[in-house]
Design a protein around this ligand. Structure first.
Ligand code: ATP
Length: 358
């Protein structure tokens, strides 16, 4: 499955000029509020006819302004999930789900229903009314309804934005299963670094209606140019890693390997080899010019400074190569001067905390 999108569109004072391509898995449209994510996903859905553009899914031309072709939304066979579940309150969960089948091809079988109910863990909810469901449960039904229409592409516009942290955590594993166990490509709009770090295979970063970066998720999310979009609190690096089979010397810890580097984190119950991403915020990384002694931090590595960023609000982001992984540290401009930091210099990084996005 390959999706190619190229479009321009003007909305009042805002102009969108974006192009990207994606294949299987989750492609996140990531950007700040007002960057054009919803406009772009609405154009893909066919809810908005752009000034110009071309959208091709697996060789099938969905729209092409060049030859005035435009497939109406209901004929695109794209499933949509929005911020609110938009379920029919007078229908049971089962009937809300089967409603989606009206749009599916005639040869669809009951097996799809059972498989999707199982995938989303909603068996026990089938006879309930939507009003009695939690926000997370409602979203799982909305996703099930979209899947039962046998979509060629799934469009999700901030599906977790209306949920609290506990509900988000409850639904994320189901989104991962959706990504890993179906062949349906997903275009996923979000402005949450944690969500995108956890779910996306590829990231298309949008800034003021333009694509400022696109590619593999860990690479794009680690770009220093994304700091303004990610926000200074969360900006840092994203590292692909795996759970090590050997748990190390302390059963209360888990060891995680990223290339040559071994991270130690508080115990997580994931099997050996399981792939995860580590998100390390730059503000959680300290630098030392000599090997630090007697610190409580679990992760202290030797590295070499790759790049010293520009000063912003009295702070500087320093990119350090640690065994092939780039770790970003934010230090005050004062400290950078005092330690005489410069590119190429050997350095020790002290990581105060590591967020795991499974
Ligand atoms: N109908 C409209 N007329 C004029 N301007 C519009 C219209 N719809 C959206 N815009 C503007 O287009 C820009 C992009 O909006 P869009 O909703 O695509 O952004 P977004 O990245 O999805 O934001 P958010 O994360 O807040 O949903 C915004 O500046 C918005 O004000």
């Amino acid at each position: 499955m390959t999706l190619e999108v190229q479009t321009t569109h003007r909305l009042g004072g805002f102009s969108l000029d974006a192009a990207f391509s994606s294949d299987r898995g989750v492609t996140a449209l990531f950007g700040k509020s007002g960057s054009g994510k919803t406009t772009l996903i609405n154009i893909i859905a066919g809810l908005l006819s752009p000034d110009s553009g071309r959208i091709v899914l697996d060789g099938d031309i969905i729209m092409d302004s060049g030859n005035r072709s435009f497939t109406p939304p209901h004929q695109r066979r794209f499933g949509s999930v929005f911020q609110e579940a938009r379920l029919f309150p007078h229908l049971s969960v089962r009937h809300n789900l089967t409603y989606g089948r009206w749009f599916a091809p005639a040869n669809q079988t009951g097996q799809d229903f059972d498989r999707i109910v199982d995938l989303l863990g909603i068996e026990a909810l089938l006879e309930r009314a939507p009003t009695n469901l939690s926000g997370g449960e409602k979203q799982r039904i909305a996703i099930g309804r979209a899947l039962l229409s046998s979509p060629r592409l799934l469009l999700m516009d901030e599906p977790l934005a209306a949920l609290d942290e506990a509900r988000k955590a409850e639904i994320l594993p189901y989104l991962e299963r959706l990504r890993d166990e179906t062949d349906i490509p997903i275009v996923y709009v979000s402005h949450s670094v944690a969500e995108v770090t956890r779910l996306a295979n590829r990231v298309v970063a949008l800034e003021d209606g333009r694509v400022s970066a696109s590619g593999d998720a860990a690479t794009v999310l680690s770009l220093s140019a994304l700091t303004s979009m990610i926000g200074r609190r969360e900006a840092g690096c994203v590292i692909e890693a795996n759970i090590e089979p050997d748990a190390g010397d302390d059963p209360r810890l888990t060891v995680i390997r990223a290339g040559e580097t071994l991270f130690r984190v508080p115990k997580v119950s994931l099997p050996a080899g399981h792939a995860i991403r580590l998100h390390i915020a730059a503000r959680d990384v300290l630098l030392a010019i000599s090997a630090p002694q007697g610190l409580s931090a679990l992760n202290i590595f030797e590295g070499r400074i790759l790049e010293i960023g520009a000063e912003a609000q009295g702070a500087i982001d320093v990119r350090v190569d640690c065994g092939g992984n780039t770790i970003v540290s934010r230090v005050t401009a004062h400290s950078a001067e005092r330690l005489a930091l410069q590119a190429g210099m050997p350095i020790h990084v002290v990581i105060k905390s590591v967020a795991l996005e499974q």
